[in-house]
Every structure is written in C-alpha cells, then in structure tokens.
Design a protein around this ligand. Structure first.
Ligand code: CP
Length: 309
C-alpha cells in the first residue's frame, strides 16, 4: 500500500526518528543523495499562497536530481473543474510524488486514495506536518534529544499548526501544551490521538486556556498567526479574542531559562509575537525556515524508498 504523509501521525515514532536522522545527514551533505535523478518530476500544487514551502520544495527536489513541477490551482483544472482523484490518476503516470497545499484535509485524502504515488500535505486547514518535521529538526539542533522536552504552542489551538504540534510532538515523546482561548481549542479527536500516542512514547499532550500556564518552565515556546489563510474576514474578532495569548518578553520570562522561541512564519509582529521576542536572542526562526528544505528532502527520499520496496 502506498505510504502518504497527510498528517503528522502518518509516521510512527520510529519512522519520525528515521526521517529526522536522514534530514541531519542530508543537511550535512546537501547534494549527496539523488533519489530523483533522471530527472523524475514531483508535482507541487498550491491552492494558497506560499514563500517557504514553494522555495524549499523547488530547491529540495532540484537538489535531489529531480524536476519540480510547481502548479497553481488557479491555472489548472483542479478545484471545481476536475476532482482530486482524477487529477491524481493523471499525475501518477508522470510524476514520482504529489505535494499539495490546500484547504480541506478531505481533498488530500481523496487525492491519496486515487494514486499509487506518495501524496504529501504541504499545509491544509487541519495540519501542517512538513513544517513540524522542520520544527522538530530545529529543536533537536538547539535543545538535543527531543523526548522529554516541554514545548508550549500559544495561540490558535484549532489551527493547522496547533493541531500538528499536538501530534508531531507527542510522536517525538515530548510534553506538548497548547495554550489557546477555549473557543479555539484543537479538535477533541486530535487531542485524543495525541494523548494515545503520548501514552506510548512517554510524552504528554494537554490543552489549557491560559498562556502563562502553557509556557511555565517550557523549553520551547511557539506561536503562529492568529489569522490563518482563509480566516481573513475574522481578523478584527480574532485580534480581540487572542489578545491574552501574545508572546512577549513577560510571557517568555515564565518559560525555562534558555528557552527558545519558534514561529513558522510569516509573522505579524505586534500581534501574536512582540518584535523584541521574534527578533531577539531566544529566537531560532531562521534555522527553522531553512530546515524546511532539509526535512522535506528527507521525507521525500524516505517515502520514495518505502514506496519502491
Ligand atoms: N511556514 C510556511 O508554510 O510558510 P509559507 O506559507 O511561506 O509556505
């Protein structure tokens, strides 16, 4: 059966470790592995805007000897004109993998059901698992062994980042706390899945509605925009609702001494994070952004190998 990467828990704890170890090696020897030599093409489809994801997949596929085929949905037949399953059947005859940034998770599931090549979620409304592989790689570089570390995600718990933090960090054996307003809590089934995984890995996963409680003694503090793509009409209401969940120096002072700050970018300075935090000495956001490249290369190489076996 074809392996896909649609959500963070599509990788077992052992598989997640394998991908991260491979990312470390591929970062050290950037052009050493060429699983896409041919060149084989990888379709990278965008229903939403992107800088980091577009650049890192394009560069990463090229680094591995392949040819990135960047497709904007607006200029394709996908999205209203053709089903995801039909697009998948067409693409699988010509590309080695399909990477898709879209809205509904169900679209990715339909795409995956319709194809023999791996499908990778490059961000949906529910999850952003490629970002989390990069985030875990970055945490490992700065804090060492992931298992046992405490990470606090502060902000929109129902966002793709909030939900991916729960699943990916539980898989890594971390203690993950999401601090969000009650009405923006992660979906209960995602929290339950994270708690099931954490019970196996020795981690934990909790949701609290108080930012200082979420970050208390945390090793890593993370936030993301309060206005995810597709939520622009709710901006004023969201800014009012999330006001107590801004990451500023006072909140960072509650974390562990030596805590680091992360943000997947793009950032709204002055809203979810104060400028002196994101641009300050605790911030590791530029390593995080670079690691999209290395983590995604490792993931693609791993998926191609698994699916060839
Ligand atoms: N973090 C992230 O996914 O960035 P882009 O939206 O620029 O791809």
């Amino acid at each position: 059966m074809t392996r896909h990467f649609l959500r963070d828990d599509d990788l077992s704890p052992a598989e997640q470790r394998e991908v991260l170890e491979r990312a470390v090696r591929m970062k050290q020897d950037r052009w050493g592995e060429r699983p896409l030599a041919g060149p084989k093409s990888v379709a990278v489809i965008f229903d939403k805007s992107s800088t980091r994801t577009r650049v890192s997949f394009h560069v990463g596929i090229s680094d591995m000897g392949g040819s990135p085929l960047i497709i904007s949905t607006a200029s394709s037949q996908l999205g209203g004109k053709e089903t995801a399953a039909d697009t998948a059947r067409v693409l699988e005859r010509q590309v080695a993998a399909i990477v898709w940034r879209t809205y509904a998770q169900s679209g990715l599931e339909q795409m995956a059901q319709g194809t023999r090549v791996p499908v990778v979620n490059a961000l949906s409304d529910d999850f952003h698992p490629c970002q989390l592989l990069a985030d875990l790689l970055t945490m490992q570089e700065h804090k060492g062994e992931l298992a046992g570390l405490t990470v606090a995600f502060v902000g929109d718990g129902r966002s793709n980042m909030g939900q991916s933090y729960l699943l990916a960090c539980a898989t890594a054996g971390m203690h993950v706390r999401v601090g969000s307003p009650a009405e923006h809590s992660p979906e209960p089934d995602v929290v339950a899945a994270a708690q099931r995984i954490a019970a196996e890995t020795g981690g934990s996963a909790i949701v609290v509605h108080d930012a200082p409680a979420a970050v208390a003694d945390a090793d890593i503090v993370v936030t993301d925009t309060w206005v995810s793509m597709g939520k622009e009409a709710e901006k004023a209401e969201r800014v009012a609702t999330f006001g107590d969940f801004k990451v500023d120096q006072a909140l960072m002072a509650r974390a562990s001494p030596g805590a680091v700050f992360m943000h997947c970018l793009p950032a709204d300075r002055g809203f979810e994070v104060a400028a002196d935090v994101i641009d300050g000495p605790q911030s590791i956001i530029w390593d995080e952004a670079e690691n999209r490249l290395h983590a995604q290369k490792a993931l693609l190489a791993w998926l191609l190998e698994r699916n060839a076996a």
